[in-house]
Design a protein around this ligand. Sequence first.
Ligand code: IMP
Ligand code: MG
Length: 179
Amino acid sequence: MKPHHIRDVLFSAEQIQRRVDELVTAMQQDLRGDNLVMIGILRGSFIFLADLVRDLYPHGVHPRIDFITIESYGSGTESSGVVRIVKELRTEVTGANVVLIDDILDSGRTLSFASQHLRELGAQTVRTCALLDKPSRRVVPFEADYVGFKIEDAFVVGYGLDYDSHYRELPYIAKVTFV
Ligand code: IMP
Ligand code: MG
């Protein structure tokens, strides 16, 4: 890791929780049907997915849940441009209504690759949800169906997002400033 600090909080735990509640309100109608599978892209989505499914529960949304590990980043803050599946799903998704969950939409490579992959596995519908979106960074044209917050081009950590495997446990989202 390069010398840095994380003093600038972009979204507090309370702000995130409020936005997750709003997202759940927006998506619960769409997700009520049968054969719903919510798939978290590891590792960044683990907290977001956990909050989403618990919030969806009182709305009668009962998904199967699985994870897929996709890597695009090396150990720095820049994508290598190469996206690959490191750990495949274990759930049968043929005919399923799939919702892919990621922490952040950056170049767009991960979610566009994952959506295509799920279609190839036979999913009937594939929806996508990202907590954060950096539209100015897009390399592959891609819009998620549900987005928590659009942000400027900054490297951020917390609430599942890491810098070199650190800071995922922060309950808030902060900007990484290199010094
Ligand atoms: P994309 O494939 O370029 O859209 O990048 C998506 C992945 O890059 C995310 O799942 C994150 O793992 C990682 N990523 C992109 N921007 C950030 C960031 O600001 N902080 C931490 N991880 C990031
Ligand atoms: Mg990730």
